[in-house]
Design a protein around this ligand. Structure first.
Ligand code: SAM
Length: 282
């Protein structure tokens, strides 16, 4: 079978959906990629090669899965929809016999162990849960060193935003805890079936070689981030008082951390939040 025929196009996607009696649901963010060029672009930007182990969240009908397997990588795919999960090995066996795929039929948010340790995360994420799923996998699978995800454009821009940007928020700081993020290009709505009513973007990441803090510090930092962006219009000494004590105590802790108590959450880097968490326990 030639390389070009090993991926799914619009006709194959429709046929598979008909075969399974699938009506894509919004609830599960089911917008399937029907364009082989987009799949190859994602696989290339993710840097997936033979020998790697990739975890894919939400393989759906297998469009991206086939692109990942085509490189010779092993893929562990986590799919919540039982009908899709049951069909996937059959599709792969037919289109890329011998490819190394393991399918886990489960809600990705509940997965804490996998049969193989993935080094790369690549996914066209279900839009309604994209950030929680991403953070969940980075938290639980520390062997992941890099990845590339397709998400709703606003969400992707937020994840990759720097402090001071209008869209900088809780997902940006939490993502920065784990590593460095970059947007890697917009994706046309026309490459999906059904066509979504939002734009999509690719976001790549590289995990830090050394974690910036302990697990306990991460939890304390994330609690501060939630408090800061839960009341983003307030100065931090007020917004953080729910976690740090009253506003005077919060100010003293922030000063010890070298952060102005009058600052607002969107001005702080992840290191600033971590410094406050550390000053709190000193
Ligand atoms: N990867 C496929 C593609 O690119 O064509 C499908 C992507 S579609 C945007 C999202 C997929 O995630 C769907 O197959 C959906 O059933 C699955 N999904 C939704 N919520 C999920 C969850 N919590 N855990 C695992 N899979 C989920």
């Amino acid at each position: 079978m030639s390389a070009t025929s090993a991926l799914l196009g619009p006709a194959e996607i429709r046929d598979l959906a008909d075969l399974l009696g699938i009506q894509p649901t919004k609830k599960l963010g089911q917008n399937f990629v029907i364009d082989a060029n987009t799949v190859r672009r994602i696989v290339k930007a993710a840097g997936v090669t033979a020998g790697g182990t990739v975890v894919e969240v939400g393989p759906g009908l297998g469009s991206l899965t086939l692109g990942l397997l085509e490189t010779g990588a092993s893929v562990v795919a986590v799919e919540i929809d039982k009908r899709l999960a049951a069909q996937l090995p059959l599709t792969i066996a037919q289109m890329q016999p011998g490819a190394d795929l393991t399918v886990i039929t489960q809600d990705a948010m509940t997965v804490t162990q996998l049969p193989k340790n993935p080094t790369t995360l690549v996914a066209n994420l279900p839009y309604n849960v994209s950030v929680p799923v991403l953070l969940h996998f980075l938290e639980h699978f520390r062997g992941i060193t890099s990845g590339l995800v397709m998400v709703q454009a606003e969400v992707g821009q937020r994840i990759a935003a720097d402090p001071g940007s209008k869209v900088y928020g809780s997902p940006s700081v939490k993502a920065a805890w784990y590593g460095h993020w970059r947007t890697a290009g917009m994706v046309s709505r026309q490459v999906f079936w059904p066509v979504p009513n939002v734009d999509s973007i690719l976001v790549g990441f590289r995990v830090r070689e050394t974690a910036i803090g302990t697990e306990e510090e991460r939890l304390a930092t994330f609690a501060l981030v939630d408090a800061a962006f839960g009341q983003r219009r307030k100065m931090l000494r007020q917004a953080l008082s729910t976690v740090l004590g009253d506003s005077a105590t919060a100010s003293a802790i922030m000063e010890r951390a070298g952060v102005a108590p009058t600052a607002r959450g969107e001005e702080l880097t992840v290191d600033d939040f971590l410094a406050i968490a550390r000053a709190h326990t000193r």
